[in-house]
Design a protein around this ligand. Sequence first.
Ligand SMILES: NC(=O)c1ccc[n+]([C@@H]2O[C@H](COP(=O)([O-])OP(=O)(O)OC[C@H]3O[C@@H](n4cnc5c(N)ncnc54)[C@H](OP(=O)(O)O)[C@@H]3O)[C@@H](O)[C@H]2O)c1
Length: 247
Amino acid sequence: MKSNSIMKPSRRTFLQAAGAAVFLGNLPLAAIAQSGASGKMKIGIIGSGRVGSAVGGAWVKAGHEVMFSSLNLDDDKKLAASLGGGARAGTTREAAAFGTVLLISVPYKALPSIGKDLGDLLKGKIVIDTSNPIVARDGDMAVTAREKGAGQSSQEFLPGARIVRAFNAIGYARMADAANQKERVGMPMAGDDQNAIATASALIRDVGYEPVLVGTLATMGKYLIPGTPLAGERSPDEVRKIAVTLK
Ligand SMILES: NC(=O)c1ccc[n+]([C@@H]2O[C@H](COP(=O)([O-])OP(=O)(O)OC[C@H]3O[C@@H](n4cnc5c(N)ncnc54)[C@H](OP(=O)(O)O)[C@@H]3O)[C@@H](O)[C@H]2O)c1
């Protein structure tokens, strides 16, 4: 795997990515994914379990202000205290109101109620969605979600949110210290909103991955779950090559 020049991709890399020829507005998706720098952001974590605590913890280390939430506020207070820095705890509504960006990382069957309970707070919000429909855990709704595609399903459960699917098929244990890995792993992501994609890209870089925009929620969101050719850890170029074969 080749180490990347992250903010300034080579012309060749850009052309390879642009070769996927997916366009959003007037900009090729690859160009959108290359842009953006996060600065210090306010991030709300909805679901501070294995993924939420690992990624949220890495964002705290990167200097962001992060509010953790789950079904258990005491656990979130302990987690925030252990992380220090810009970490704090709140209810899911408080976290949704706090974050300019939200990470929603819950069992998929919780998405419908989260969409209803937080609906007003999600409208227009950038949401990074790690949640996967897993039939053995989430039941029949996961069957329907997989048939429809996880990208489209999440958008229906969280109407008005500017969703980017990412962190879906890489094990959580590596997420906390991805910044220390020698070679950057490519993080496939899918989304429809240019600003959301640029912001998510910058935040993905902040935790040590190289974002690779593979397409829109409807076209490629279905591949961002475990068990597809895009699942697992591989170089950004490998992710791009696989994505092209799926289009
Ligand atoms: N584990 C992985 O390696 C991995 C990798 C990529 C993607 N994913 C996907 O990412 C999602 C999270 O995975 P995980 O392994 O982090 O799960 P997890 O450890 O079980 O954590 C789930 C979190 O969601 C919270 N939660 C559940 N229902 C909620 C609700 N209605 N409102 C707010 N919070 C709620 C839980 O709170 P309580 O603890 O208080 O119940 C917990 O904090 C899943 O969809 C999973 O398939 C997992």
